[in-house]
Ligand binder design. Sequence first.
Ligand code: NAD
Length: 341
Amino acid sequence: MAHRVTLIPGDGIGPELAEATRRVLDATGIAFEWETVDAGEAVIAEYGTPLPDHVLDSIRTNKVALKGPITTPVGAGFRSVNVTLRQVLGLYANLRPARSIKGLETRYDDVDLVIVRENTEDLYAGIEHMVGPDAAESIKIITRAASERIARYAFDYAVANGRRKVTAVHKANIMKLSDGLFLESCRTVAEQYDGRVEFEDRIVDNMCMQLVQKPDLYDVLVLPNLYGDIVSDLCAGLVGGLGVAPGANIGTEAAVFEPVHGSAPKYAGQNKANPTALILSGVLMLRHLGEQAAAERVETALRDVIAEGRQTTYDLGGETGTSEFADAIIARLADQPVVPA
Ligand code: NAD
């Protein structure tokens, strides 16, 4: 039976990356029924909102979505569609693996980190207001329930994927109550995995420095929303940049797969941006759907094309276009034997 998947192309570079990714995933031979829906600024005139109900309904029904980036206006305008989607659908875990790709010139050759970011609260709860004309207040929400839930996700992920250690990242020396509660929750959950997965914690500023100098010391990182957002871009930088950093937003009812990067408006419509991050998000989606063999095939084909170095996009030092890069992966897939599931 075909997998029915909601496809949100997004805006900026999103639509061209979504088209490249859809073609690669279809080339695996796995049957998909793509239900394409739009969100973001372009739909406001028609629906009065950047996130119409039928988009949410489609994801709720299909339970799986592949999503391109969506622009959020800075300083004013509507709230982030990306953040709202995660909150409304309860997509509490943001999984962002950062793994070195052979052939890319980076500081280290063997980075293999997994960021598990809490996706629903912290300063992203969106509770902020002006306190008079010259001061603004944003409220940081941290709850025991959400912190224990994300910690459990990180430990379960570690166990299921044979990872050795979980590091909780926080600033509990300064935010003793909020980050203190996050750390305490992680410690509580860690006790239940004692003997199976190691546990340690790091203060976020020190963590950033350590990741740049000694990423091999770390494995799975679990972080509150804001630090997770920032540290995952840092980790993307360790393995080749935002063009190669995939992500998944996982909840109990649905999962939305999207790259770490945004809509990079200055490259929109130029057939220039790198679709690797969205294709690797598609690989995470294939695994989520139980299509392990197809996931392996796509990842191997993509890594082979990059390792070969003849056809890469501008950000990896090449001149190949988005669409032609996808063609190169599809050609590789055609060369690979299909192993029956
Ligand atoms: P960005 O990730 O869009 O781009 C930053 C830079 O990274 C780009 O200028 C480009 O040099 C590089 N880059 C990003 N993606 C690339 C790709 N696929 N291939 C090659 N190079 C790539 O970050 P930004 O400029 O801070 O944000 C632009 C918009 O995207 C903002 O409106 C922001 O709110 C939004 N955004 C959306 C999401 C999302 O949809 N989940 C995530 C982050 C940012």
